[in-house]
Design a protein around this ligand. Structure first.
Ligand code: SAH
Ligand code: SF4
Length: 363
């Protein structure tokens, strides 16, 4: 019996294979992708250059069910947070972050651009997407981790988030960060499929260098990404550079020890020639002692990484508090003084809990 499978769950390759199995010419997949991703068609009936029989078959066997915007909130700095709902009722959060008014010049090429804090050209729109509904890894400071995993998203469901945000801002997305809910490398194939859809000129056409995937440190995913031909960027959430503290803060990563992570990142650097960013959320009196920062600097130096210091968004976790501005600056100075390139990331849209990477479930 035919079981319909929704359009969004197909990767670009999956769609091509489906159409090929129906005996359709190769260009049909391109036509459909253009309608779906560039023109935002919400019904196959709109795809007027497809034969009617094909449109009917698609509607029956690969129904085009768009994600719905269940909720939308706008912060005073222009960031918008969306609660998107897929056909099965599963919801994820996505954030759109427009360019920063009054920002300075572009960073030079040898730096790792941090899409969330580096100065931007006037029309920049960064979209922060979720890769899973929930997350199984349970990092203690993370609201997503606390709720556990509901399910992984498909490639189309991840790319769909970018399409919806771009349509809402009425302009093209220029940057994507996979830093919303979920661990991207616990859902590697779908995430890679999504990155390719985002990158594909026939779909969303965003340059690979403007797409960043953030992992908590799943080594197999880092190894795989190192072998991918595209120049996608990698960020790693370190948060602790000593094993004992990391085990405490990120208990789901105990089987991915720091020495192996460091080795995998050194290999990644070697293979891909791309620089990695290390994300480090500053937690007062937890991971901000000079000895913690020294360990962080040593780790970063060993792999030639850049550091992004993140402000902690309060998730009411026992023993966790944000650093104030002065101590954040001190930490950045410490790292820079020992020769590590460091950026302090501002929290965007904090008042609507839109801060990317800490998408609260309690909307
Ligand atoms: N699971 C992936 C990607 C999503 S989280 C990862 O962990 O990298 C994106 C970033 O937000 C990560 O660096 C994550 O550790 C960080 N983050 C999670 N909770 C946070 C919080 N309460 N405050 C600040 N950053 C947080
Ligand atoms: Fe998952 Fe990342 Fe949150 Fe850890 S920080 S629980 S890996 S989403």
């Amino acid at each position: 019996m035919l079981v319909p499978r929704d359009f969004l769950s197909y990767s670009a390759d999956g769609l091509r294979a489906l159409l090929e199995s129906w005996g359709e010419p190769a260009y049909r997949a391109r036509q459909i992708r253009e309608w779906a991703w560039q023109r935002g068609a919400s019904d196959y009936a709109e795809m007027t250059n497809l034969p009617a029989a094909l449109r009917e078959r698609l509607a029956a066997e690969a129904p085009l069910q768009r994600a719905m915007v269940a909720e939308r909130r706008v912060a005073s700095d222009g960031a918008r947070k969306y609660l998107l709902e897929f056909a099965d009722g599963v919801r994820v959060e996505t954030v759109g972050i427009p360019d920063d008014k009054g920002s300075g010049t572009l960073s030079s090429n040898d730096k790792v651009p941090d899409p969330l804090s580096s100065p931007s050209p006037p029309t920049r729109l960064t979209v922060c997407v979720s890769s899973q509904a929930g997350c199984a890894l349970g990092c203690v400071f993370c609201a997503t981790g606390r709720a556990g995993l509901t399910r992984s998203l498909g490639a189309g469901e991840i790319a769909e988030q970018v399409r919806i945000v771009a349509a809402d801002f009425e302009r093209a997305a220029t940057n994507v960060v996979v830093m919303g809910q979920g661990e991207p490398f616990a859902n590697y194939d779908a995430v890679l499929g999504a990155l390719r859809l985002l990158n594909d000129p026939q779909a969303l056409g965003i340059g690979a260098r403007h797409i960043t995937v953030s992992t908590s440190g799943i080594i197999s995913g880092i190894e795989r990404l190192a072998e991918e031909p595209e120049q996608f960027r990698l960020a790693v959430s370190l948060h602790a550079a000593t094993q004992e503290l990391r085990d405490r803060l990120m208990p789901g990563l105990r089987k991915q020890p720091l020495d192996k992570l460091r080795q995998a990142l050194a290999n990644y650097r070697e293979r891909s020639r791309r620089r990695v960013s290390l994300e480090y959320v500053l937690l007062r009196d937890v991971n901000d002692h000079d000895s913690d920062l020294q360990a962080l600097a040593d780790f970063a130096r060993a792999i030639g990484a850049h550091i992004n210091l993140l402000p902690y968004n309060d998730t009411a976790t026992d023993g966790m508090a944000a650093e104030n501005a002065a101590r954040t600056q001190q930490a950045a100075d410490f790292l820079r003084n020992v020769g590590i390139e460091t950026t302090i990331r501002r929290s965007r849209g904090a008042e609507i809990a839109a801060a990317c990477g800490q998408l609260a479930n309690a909307s």
